[in-house]
Design a protein around this ligand. Structure first.
Ligand code: 1Q0
Length: 215
């Protein structure tokens, strides 16, 4: 073989992972949440190396969460709710500035949580877009209304530049490997409520414990 075969996968499976995050008691299962992000990163990598500075950071954060899960207190990290309780009860979170616990589950997850808001906004724009809508504009608008507020100028600049390299709407939908435009729109309509639910529950959890601004 002179090239590594690229495995085809459907974004539908990825987005459905977020559905499997929720337990009956509305807790969020860490492993499924992290797997959802893994799938998204895989998808992003298939869009080209211009996004690798983003996927590197995402992979790094995923790895931090996996390390917590595999650690000796891994069972405390089974759900996001149990993680928050465990880390707070045991003073494992830097609340004012990054110090002894620069890689707490709480601060790491907060970064992914904020990115999930971007995803929610972007998917909703894609779902309701028309043939002449530009993916780069939708992506930038979603970013400016979410993650950008938490990023330094230089990162905003790099991110906005990378978004310009996104394929057009038709090619983008094709990469998702879900089928026709109608099927993509239907799939997004099905998956969105679960992503929104996961976002809402996490947001509420973090708000309750005053964790939304963790350094
Ligand atoms: C397809 C385009 C992808 C667009 C991704 C948007 C996110 C942009 C984020 C750019 C910043 C990345 C560089 C590092 C930032 C960190 O400083 C920041 C804060 O962490 P820290 O430790 O410094 O406090 N990190 C973050 O904000 C986390 C960013 C995680 C981004 C995860 C993106 C994973 C991607 C997914 C893609 C999916 C495409 C989905 C399309 C779905 C279409 C139906």
């Amino acid at each position: 073989f002179d090239s590594v075969p690229v495995e085809k996968f459907s974004l539908k499976e990825v987005l459905i992972t977020f559905q499997s995050c929720l337990t009956d008691s509305q807790e969020i299962v860490t492993d499924s949440y992290v797997n959802g992000w893994r799938g998204l990163v895989r998808f992003m990598n298939s869009l080209g190396s211009i996004f690798s500075f983003i996927s590197k950071d995402a992979v790094n954060k995923i790895q931090i969460m996996v390390t917590h899960r595999n650690g000796e207190n891994g069972d405390k990290y089974e759900t996001l709710q149990s993680m928050v309780k465990y880390e707070l009860d045991n003073n494992l979170v830097d609340l004012q500035r990054r110090a002894e616990h620069p890689e707490s589950g709480c601060r790491t997850l907060l970064r992914l949580h904020r990115a999930l808001r971007w995803l929610e906004l972007f998917l909703e724009k894609l779902r309701t877009s028309t043939e002449d809508s530009k993916t780069s504009v939708m992506c930038t608008d979603a970013y400016n209304d979410s993650l950008a507020q938490h990023h330094a100028w230089i990162i905003r600049k790099a991110a906005t530049m990378a978004f310009c390299a996104l394929p057009g709407r038709a090619a983008f939908f094709q990469t998702m490997n879900v089928g026709s435009t109608e099927q993509v729109v239907a799939m997004l309509g099905e998956a969105m409520p679960f992503i929104s639910k996961v976002y809402e529950i996490t947001e509420e959890l973090y708000k309750q414990h005053n964790l939304l601004e963790l350094p």
